[in-house]
Design a binder for this molecule. Structure first.
Ligand SMILES: [Zn+2]
Length: 386
């Protein structure tokens, strides 16, 4: 989720869309992408595993938490995600975000609302069993994908959901959550956010304990949304590889939500994966966004981020974390979950081979999941011997 719904935001985006200042359209970078037979085959034989999709919040917000109100079994053009389009997009596995607003940290119902979001995901799995199945482990993901269904895991977006109690982390794990983003848009009592004033210079002692407990449980530590200091300190503490479930490259687009260059070697050393966010504001620099609406970006800009991270962090450390249904603006030719195969096409055109494309689409995050499970098993076995 990277949409801040304010009156100001609505007015601003309305202004941008109606703005008369238009830049030159770069012909090559607005060329419609045609997916070749080769690219389609590589895409469908791979395992596209997206790190972040906010459909559950949209169902709450636009559909009164009900799939009767918003039946994703047919095309729903008010959403980025529905079953016909995700099938066309070749989505194989998904972390569904069980995001709740950062304000719930103050209202005291963060965990309750998170459990309600988990209920929405469960209702989706029950209602569309031929399409989705809940996965608990990496092996589960592989089995479910083989059976032709979308392997579904959940991700908690914001550490306030545990209400400062490690026991809640275990409850969320038991409910099927397999990552937690340490913060959302605001700094917490134990971790600093990328988009708020730093309160602790990174993590507090309790924040480090949260990371260690996540390692023990086998829940992935997600460093999207956190401050650079929080990234570095979490990377120093964690025994398992981390993810950035929906973040792009700061060297290309200087936004605090993106990953800066000096963190890339740490991610490589850790074995983690940065899953590229498609949101226009994280893809093209703000100055360009303000100038003209073409600068909402195109799929070519998104592939630039993937390419940059593959070259500067390593092809084993890049993934896809679209943030579909969590953002108000998307680049051209990435309008919905149907668009993913175009990314495979462009990676092929840029010289990535089959193995590299498969790694980026989902192989890397699956490896991270498997390693986190193995770290968890080792830690739990060691604790058992004491
Ligand atoms: Zn987000």
């Amino acid at each position: 989720m990277d949409c801040v719904r304010t009156v100001f935001g609505v007015v601003l985006s309305g202004f941008l869309l109606s703005g008369s200042v238009c830049g030159q359209t770069d012909g090559v970078r607005s060329r419609p992408v045609t997916v070749s037979e080769e690219a389609a085959e590589i895409h469908s034989s791979g395992m596209l595993f997206d790190g972040h999709n906010d459909l559950p919040w949209e169902i709450r917000d636009k559909g009164k938490s009900s799939f009767d109100q918003l039946d994703i079994g047919r095309e729903q053009l008010s959403l980025h995600t529905d079953i016909p389009r995700l099938r066309r997009g070749g989505l194989k596995a998904q972390f569904w975000s069980v995001y709740v607003p950062a304000e719930t940290a103050e209202t005291g119902d963060a965990l309750l609302q998170t459990m309600q979001q988990i209920d929405i995901v469960r209702a989706m799995l029950r209602r569309y069993p031929e399409t989705f199945e809940q996965a608990s482990t990496a092996a589960d993901v592989e089995r479910i994908v083989k059976a032709g269904r979308v392997a579904s895991m959940m991700g908690v977006e914001g550490g306030y959901s545990i209400e400062e109690d490690l026991a809640n982390l275990e409850r969320l794990y038991a409910a099927g959550c397999r990552y937690m983003t340490l913060t959302h848009s605001k700094s917490l009592s134990w971790a600093d956010s990328a988009t708020d004033k730093p309160r602790h210079g990174g993590l507090t002692d309790f924040g480090r304990e949260v990371v260690r407990e996540m390692n023990r449980l086998g829940m992935l530590v997600d460093l999207s949304h956190v401050s650079v200091e929080t990234m570095k300190q979490a990377l120093a503490v964690t025994k398992a590889p981390v993810i950035f479930s929906h973040s792009s490259a700061r060297a290309i687009c200087d936004h605090p939500r993106n990953v800066p260059d000096d963190v890339l070697p740490l991610v490589r050393e850790n074995g983690g994966v940065i899953m590229v966010n498609f949101y226009s504001s994280f893809i093209v620099p703000t100055a360009q966004l303000k100038q003209n609406r073409e600068a909402a970006g195109t799929i070519y800009d998104v592939v630039d981020h993937i390419d940059y991270l593959a070259k500067h962090c390593g092809v084993k450390h890049v993934g896809i974390g679209s943030d579909y249904d969590g953002v108000p603006r998307l680049p051209d030719q990435l309008e919905s979950v149907a668009a993913y195969p175009r990314i495979t096409q462009l990676l092929l055109e840029r010289g990535y081979d089959r193995a590299a494309i498969h790694a980026i689409l989902g192989g890397n995050v699956l490896r991270v999941l498997r390693e986190a499970e193995s770290v968890s098993a080792t830690l739990q076995a060691a604790a058992g011997k004491q």
